[in-house]
Design a protein around this ligand. Structure first.
Ligand SMILES: [Fe+2]
Length: 392
């Protein structure tokens, strides 16, 4: 194994088998000069992979990690460069109660920084039964609970809770951080900015987007700028709606008929198996989700439809808190685009848009998510009133 390949190794992947499995490449970027750095990895299921981001934030001459990710040697090497330049990692924050993709990396990250203090969002849930933090690999001796034990660096950061929302199997809650020195709002899943062009991370390996740029499994994966763009838009549709309206699953006979063609009998092309067929109009649906010149800031449709259908009030309440932040200038989310312009006025515009929109949509692209929500309600997994349980 080459040196770089071994640095990208992540041995714990069977715990959460997400693409690209045992090999995680990381892109290291400075998002706000001398203040905030981002580490991006690709995460997803069956070639529906979107970038997920860990942040390193400077507070005075110390570093705070927000949104943990699996600490490959490659990632740790770059954090060490920052430690030498700025100062030690003193704090690690897991600001989400449900975000598995961040939870899974926390134990190893905590071990990599044995002198750091850990802060976690309240209500950490494990499925199918609730386990103590130590059983989840989170060292309770140096762990604090956000809200209950206060907040780290409260002179430099404002911490804003979204939720908790009872989602049946557990709770949805995230505690966003407004980092005053950089005027940036750091969020996990609640808001994302999506752009029309594929993220830089796909330059390392465009396979997941090329995979979706085709019409059927018998087509080869050909790398052109247009194919990348097309595949990216389809991937955004997948990640947003799970089952977009313009996506059909062909008959098994048809799928197999197009599979296992010469040149495509390899793992990269999934042996030519492409069980999807895109209908006319898919591009129009995708364009509603992406911004042309700058990323389009939105509440991720899957969150809106499955976490908040009966809790619009909680979401607006969180936006109100954001609107009153002094000098807010940037949004930095854990998914999609890294740093997006976001001012008090942008918050107001977003709030108005949400207020006027049909919140729990159940037609067109939202039809599948709406169906999932109704099923979960019917079998009693999701409660009718998702706010009641925590209204203290
Ligand atoms: Fe997430």
């Amino acid at each position: 194994m080459s040196n770089l390949a071994s640095e990208q190794k992540w041995n714990w992947w069977p715990l959460l088998p997400l693409y690209p499995y045992g090999k995680k490449r990381t892109i290291f970027r400075e998002l706000v000069p001398n203040q905030i750095w981002s580490f991006e990895q690709l995460q997803g299921i069956y070639y529906v992979a979107v970038p997920v981001r860990l942040l390193v934030v400077r507070v005075k001459n110390e570093l705070m990690i927000i949104n943990p990710l699996p600490p490959t040697d490659e990632l740790l090497r770059d954090i060490n460069v920052l430690q030498e330049k700025i100062g030690p990692v003193k704090t690690i924050v897991l600001p989400t109660a449900s975000g598995l993709e961040h939870k899974i990396g926390l134990p190893a990250l905590a071990r990599a920084f044995p002198n750091s203090k850990i802060w976690v969002c309240p209500g950490q849930w494990s499925f199918p039964i609730q386990l103590p933090l130590d059983w989840l690999g989170i060292p309770s001796k140096r762990t604090n609970i956000l809200l209950a034990d206060g907040f780290p660096y409260s002179d430099y950061c404002d911490w804003l809770s979204l939720g908790p929302i009872d989602i049946g199997l557990g709770r949805f809650q995230e505690i966003s951080c407004f980092h005053k020195p950089s005027k940036s709002l750091l969020v996990t899943d609640a808001l994302v900015g999506i752009e029309e062009t594929p993220p830089e991370l796909f330059n390392l390996d465009p396979t997941p987007i090329l995979f979706h740029s085709r019409e059927k499994g018998s087509e080869e994966l050909i790398d052109t700028p247009n194919a990348r763009r097309k595949g990216w838009l389809r991937l955004v549709l997948f990640a947003s709606y799970l089952r977009p309206e313009k996506l059909k699953i062909p008959k098994i006979k048809e799928i197999l008929g197009n599979s296992f063609k010469q040149n495509l009998r390899n793992k990269r092309a999934h042996f030519g198996i492409y069980p999807f067929s895109w209908q006319e109009g898919w591009e129009l649906s995708a364009k509603k989700l992406v911004g042309k010149k700058s990323p389009l800031i939105q509440i991720a449709p899957v969150i809106e439809r499955l976490v908040f259908p009966r809790a619009k009030k909680a979401f607006i309440c969180w936006l109100n808190k954001i609107e009153s932040l002094q000098g807010i200038s940037w949004l930095i989310s854990a998914h999609y685009s890294g740093k997006v312009r976001f001012t008090n006025n942008d918050v107001k515009v977003l709030k108005n848009k949400i207020d006027k929109s049909n919140w729990a949509k159940n037609a067109e692209d939202s039809a599948f998510l709406s169906w999932v929500d109704r099923k979960l309600l019917k079998i009693g997994i999701v409660p009718e009133d998702s706010l009641e349980k925590y209204s203290d």
